[in-house]
Ligand binder design. Structure first.
Ligand SMILES: Cc1cc2nc3c(=O)[nH]c(=O)nc-3n(C[C@H](O)[C@H](O)[C@H](O)COP(=O)(O)O)c2cc1C
Length: 216
């Protein structure tokens, strides 16, 4: 059975524009693919596994053991939580991520999830030429990003001044590092100015999401 993993990174529930657009995407997706399984991962309502002293030491130990013996460490302690989260991502045939921009980047809960699943030696391997080979391949990612201000889809330039979008560039980079190549983007922006223009921005993003879901 095809499984879609929905990672929701805004805590604002029904007030969240990224979640609203993601839910529109899901409704349209479900109508087109009624048999598919949807797994929801609301990051602000989920107790993510810790990754502290033990897990960080295990990560390095795992890499060393892999390089010297060809096999990694046992999934115990904090490393067990890491492996569980990687397995959840690997089990998804398609990934939907909705996220707000927080301080020009991602909310800390999304960073926590990334720090769990992005592991050289587990979800990313290294070859003899010291090239990284992402292991999460052959599945599309739909990102839905909401921000208070408008941003252009390019890496920040000096002329961006005090408004620089590190979120899209970072997410794009981290998912490519994991092995994703089919990365799709819908932006809901700017959401910071109330009024009819905002209603139109949200309505347009929902329309875009509805169409994108049919082809996902
Ligand atoms: C903690 C916090 C930090 C924010 N930082 C930024 C920012 O750096 N740039 C920006 O354009 N908007 C910023 N915003 C506004 C949000 O990006 C905007 O409200 C967006 O709609 C949030 O997504 P959501 O509606 O899905 O929760 C911030 C909002 C919060 C709560």
């Amino acid at each position: 059975m095809t499984k879609l993993l929905f990672i929701e990174a805004s805590p604002r529930k029904e007030n969240s524009y990224s979640s609203q657009v993601a839910n529109e995407f899901l409704e349209s997706y479900k109508a087109a693919n009624p048999e598919d399984e949807i797994e929801r991962l609301p990051l602000f309502e989920t107790e993510l596994a810790p990754l502290g002293m033990e897990g960080a030491n295990q990560k390095m130990e795992n890499i060393m053991k892999l390089m010297t013996t060809g096999s990694g460490i046992e999934p115990e302690g904090e490393w067990a939580g890491v492996m569980k989260e990687i397995e959840r991502l690997k089990s998804a045939d398609k990934v939907l991520l909705s996220a707000p921009m927080w301080n020009y980047s991602i909310p800390y809960r999304l960073k926590h999830w990334i720090d769990l699943v992005v592991q050289v030696g587990a979800s990313v391997m290294v070859n003899e030429k010291f090239e990284y080979i992402g292991q999460i391949t052959d599945r599309p990612l739909q990102m839905i990003l909401a921000s208070g201000s408008p941003y252009e889809n390019r890496f920040p330039l000096e002329s961006d001044g005090t408004k620089t979008d590190f979120e899209r560039a970072y997410l794009d980079h981290i998912f490519r590092f994991l092995g994703f190549t089919d990365i799709r983007l819908i932006r809901v922006m700017p959401t910071g100015m109330p009024g009819p223009q905002l209603d139109e921005i949200v309505a347009n993003a929902k329309k875009e999401a509805k169409e994108a879901a049919k082809a996902f």
